[in-house]
Each structure stands twice: as C-alpha cells, then as structure tokens.
Design a protein around this ligand. Structure first.
Ligand SMILES: *[C@@H]1O[C@H](CO)[C@@H](O)[C@H](O)[C@H]1NC(C)=O
Ligand SMILES: *[C@@H]1O[C@H](CO)[C@@H](O)[C@H](O)[C@H]1NC(C)=O
Ligand SMILES: *[C@@H]1O[C@H](CO)[C@@H](O)[C@H](O)[C@H]1NC(C)=O
Length: 498
C-alpha cells in the first residue's frame, strides 16, 4: 500500500529518489531515501505500522524477517523520535524528511537525543527556536563535537549568552569553526577581557565571524593593534568594533585619524573611547568630511582634529544637509575661519541640532529682543543658546523682563556674558532673589556684572557673602567678592581674621 502511494505520488520529492525505500531505521543504509510526501495524514501509530510491518510483496521483507528482533527496537526508536520532535513542534512529515536526510538521527541512541534536547532547553532555547534550529541544522542533535561547546556555554558562561546570539552561533556557524569557540573565549579572557565582562562582549559581536571563523592569531592581532588606542577598555565600551575587519577596516580608519592628529596616539585613543562608532565610518567618508571642512571652512588638519576631539559625532553629521548651511550661516554673520573654529569648539552641537525645531526658534527670540540678524553678536548668542532648550531660553528672557530689564538690557548683558541665556531659569531666579533680598543690592548691578549669574549660589555666592558681610558691610563690590580665586579669597580672609 505504501509502495503504491509512493509510486502514484505526483508531488515533487524532497529526497533524491522517487522510488520507495524502507525507513532508514529498518535498514540504516546511507543510500536510502524516501519521500515524505508519499504519506497521507493518518493517525500516527498506523503510519508507523505501515513502516514496520513487513510487506509480503516487497523484496525487503526477507531482510526484515531476518532482523525481526531489532524491529521492535527500531519501532520504539522511531516512535520516540516522532514524539520528541513533536514536543518542539516538528510534525510527522518534517521528522521524516529530517530522518531521511540525516541518517545519524536514526542511529543515535534515543537517550542521547533526549539529553541533547534537555541540554539545549536548559540553555534557554524555547520550543519554537529549537524547532527552527533542529530543522536547519539537525547535526546539532547528533554531533558529539557539540557536547564540550554546550557544556562550556552552560558551565563557563553560565547560560548567560543571549538566546538570539546562541541561536545565531549554533545555526549559522560551520561545525569545524564551532568547536574552537570555547578556546577563543578563553583567549579573550587571557588577553585581558575581564571574566565577568566577557559575556557582555560575546552578546554584542557576531560570534560566528569574530570568534569562530577568525583564527587565534587574527584575534590576537586585532587586540594588539587596538592596544595604544584604548585596547580592552575600547573593546568593552563597544565590542562591535571587533566585527570590523582588521586589515581592511580598523587599520586604515585608525591610521587616518593618526595622520590627522599628527601621530598623537593618546588623543586618537581618547576620540575612539569617547565615540567608538567613529570606526564605523570608512576612510572615504571621513576624508570627505575633512575635505569639506578644509575647503569650505578653511580649517587646517590640526583644527579639524581638534573639532573631532571635542565633537567626534561630527562624522555622523550630514555634510550637505547640516554642515554646509550652518557654516554658511556663521560666515554670513561675519565670522572668519578662525572665529568659526572657535565657535565650533565651544558650541559644536550647533552643527547637528535641528534647525527648524531648535535653532530657528532661538534665532527668532534673539532677533525679537534686539539682536541684529547676521551679526557676530547674534552668532555668539546662538552659540550659547545651543546649550539650552528653547523653553528655558524663553523663560530666562521673561524672567529678566519681569525683573524690570528692557530688551536692550538683556542684549547688553548677554553680549557681555553670552552664557546668561543658557542658564537654568529656576536657578537664575534664585540668584536674582538672593541678590536683592539677602545681599540688599540693586538688580541693575547685573548690567555691569552679569557674570554674577554664572556663580554657584550655595558654593560661591552665599558662602562668600556670609564670610564678608560683617567685615565689609553692604557696600562691597560683588565683582571683587566673586571673581577672586578660592586661594586668594581664603588667604585674604585669614589676614582679616585676627
Ligand atoms: C556574521 O558574520 C557572518 C560571516 O561574516 C555573516 O555571514 C553574517 O551575516 C553575520 N551575521 C550577522 C547577524 O550580522
Ligand atoms: C555600524 O556598522 C555596522 C555594519 O558594519 C552596522 O550594522 C551598524 O548599524 C553601524 N552602527 C552605527 C551606529 O552606525
Ligand atoms: C533647573 O534647576 C532646578 C533646580 O535648581 C532643577 O530642578 C531643574 O531640573 C533644572 N532644569 C533644567 C532644565 O535643568
């Protein structure tokens, strides 16, 4: 009956032969194949019976009769595998395809299959993932070489590898590379990755590429190359760096920064530690940025590297959409190359914050209170304003207006002390209250000494005022009171005190 079905089956066959062969469990010869599509959905046990009950008309029946003792065992094994696979959602037909294509599955003792399943489950594989893994790579259940790896993952890594990483590792790495995994992890630890952080690294890198396919020598070379530039600290900060190829990506990219910095390993290391994603960008990309800054802003390499040091994310900023219009704006405000450079060193985020939702809004505010459009003063004010949000800036302006200052006063003060527009409005208000109520001063003194608003209220203003008020009374110069250094202040105080 099975034979008839097989011959009449018109569907394409997954295996190489279209003729019926006995189930490999019954005749475990490697050349045996059969098509799963020859079976119609029927109750499981009857299907198994069709397999193992000798068909009198079939030539294999002679063989079957001879080894009828093993038939019961084979029957039980087949049923167990079907049941085992069904547990993780692999159906009868799929199981047959698997058995048909992987003769090891049929020959491995059912107990060790069970153990392997439990082992994988204990590593965190849920049935669905396990189903996909086993379907894609059935040798995961049979290969003995996997055992040390699974033990390592469970005991040494304490099952802490993320499920997705584990799955990628097991499903897409060739067996020969997989076996070296424990040794390579150990090597990372030997090379200085702290044991308690190695899993953090493993969870972030492409394990197949970085650990399995790469030789120990290559891993070693990569770590050695990175040593002067942060080394292990850099790897821990962004393990994905290891995904890059050493010779075609990491080396040329670091070399380019080295040239720009005039060979300053320390500074290049600091840039990378601060912004490891820099290494994501190709030399061609960074070169274009550098070329642009050099031609459009007329910066020299030293200046460009300096900007990269304070703002490495400039590499992610679009040249045409952001860099060009903003530098153009600064030029229109009358800044020359050196002034643009100083501007960018102090307020580099000006290059990347949103124009429409941020800069434009602040420009409107500044122009409203009296800044002349396209003036250097406006550029300075906008530089300060990059460090605050529009809401705070508006509140700061309202606060000054509420205390009786005019717009001209605000512009005058912020020209003297551009930061006043970036200060937190809550703390500005507290300082202004203290100035008037505790120190008994006139708020207009701020016009002469707006820097007052930049000192810390508790640490400097209150502290110094408390110390001096008895000696000097209310007439003291708040400028002198606050601007002298801590040492001078402490020294002078000792002389005054008996
Ligand atoms: C990991 O690296 C391998 C080999 O280079 C590549 O084929 C695979 O797509 C990578 N996997 C991921 C998730 O990026
Ligand atoms: C860095 O590059 C990799 C590919 O090389 C990419 O998958 C990743 O998203 C990039 N990361 C960032 C932050 O650009
Ligand atoms: C401003 O300062 C107050 C306290 O001085 C603080 O609670 C508030 O979060 C600050 N606001 C901003 C935007 O930093």
């Amino acid at each position: 009956m099975v034979l008839a079905l097989a011959l009449s089956a018109n569907r394409s066959c997954l295996c190489s032969s279209t003729t019926f062969h006995p189930h490999p469990l019954l005749n475990p010869s490697p050349s045996l194949h059969f098509s799963p599509s020859t079976f119609h959905p029927q109750p499981l046990c009857s299907l198994i019976k069709q397999h193992i009950i000798p068909q009198p008309s079939h030539k294999a029946s002679i063989h079957r009769r001879r080894c009828s003792n093993s038939l019961a065992t084979a029957d039980a094994q087949f049923a167990s595998i079907i049941a085992l696979f069904q547990d993780i959602g692999i159906g009868f037909e799929e199981t047959q395809v698997l058995l048909c294509n992987n003769h090891d599955l049929a020959s491995v003792p059912i107990d060790s299959l069970h153990v392997r399943f439990l082992s994988l489950r204990s590593l965190g594989f849920d049935p669905l993932t396990l189903c996909k893994l086993v379907t894609k790579r059935p040798t995961i259940l049979t290969a003995n070489e996997i055992d040390p790896l699974l033990t390592f993952l469970r005991d040494n890594l304490q099952g802490k590898l993320e499920k997705q990483q584990l799955n990628r590792l097991l499903s897409s790495t060739e067996q020969e590379f997989l076996e070296s995994f424990p040794q390579k992890v150990q090597f990372l630890v030997d090379r200085g990755i702290p044991v308690d952080q190695v899993v953090h690294v493993l969870n972030k890198v492409n394990l197949s590429k970085v650990l399995c396919r790469r030789s120990l020598e290559e891993i070693d070379r990569t770590i050695s190359f990175l040593e002067p530039f942060g080394g292990i600290a850099l790897i821990l900060k962004r393990p994905q760096i290891l995904n890059h190829d050493l010779d075609t990506q990491i080396v040329p990219r670091v070399k380019f920064l080295m040239e720009l910095s005039d060979g300053d390993e320390d500074s290049v290391g600091k840039v990378l530690l601060r912004f490891p994603i820099f290494l994501n960008y190709s030399v061609a990309h960074v070169e274009e940025h550098v070329g642009f800054l050099s031609s459009f802003a007329e910066f020299d390499y030293k200046q460009i590297f300096r900007i990269i040091q304070v703002y490495p994310a400039i590499v992610t900023t679009s040249r045409e959409r952001k860099l060009r219009p903003r530098i153009q704006f600064l030029k229109e405000c009358g800044l020359d190359s050196d002034e643009i450079f100083k501007f960018l060193i102090k307020g580099p985020t000006f290059l990347s914050i949103s124009f429409n939702e941020n800069i434009a809004y602040k420009l409107v505010l500044l122009v409203k209170i009296g800044y002349r459009y396209r003036s250097k003063d406006l550029a300075m004010a906008i530089r300060s304003a990059t460090r605050t949000n529009c809401g705070n800036m508006q509140k700061v302006i309202s606060l000054f207006l509420n205390y009786g200052f005019s717009c001209e006063d605000i512009v005058a003060m912020s020209k003297k002390q551009p930061q006043i527009l970036q200060y937190n409005h809550t703390s500005l208000e507290k300082k202004m209250e203290y100035l008037i109520e505790e120190m008994g001063r006139d708020i207009e003194e701020l016009l002469l000494f707006p820097a007052f608003l930049g000192y810390k209220l508790d640490d400097r203003i209150k502290h110094r005022f408390e110390v001096k008020k008895l000696v000097r009374g209310r007439g003291m110069s708040i400028n002198k009171l606050l601007t002298v250094s801590e040492e001078t202040f402490a020294g002078k105080r000792k002389k005054v005190m008996p």
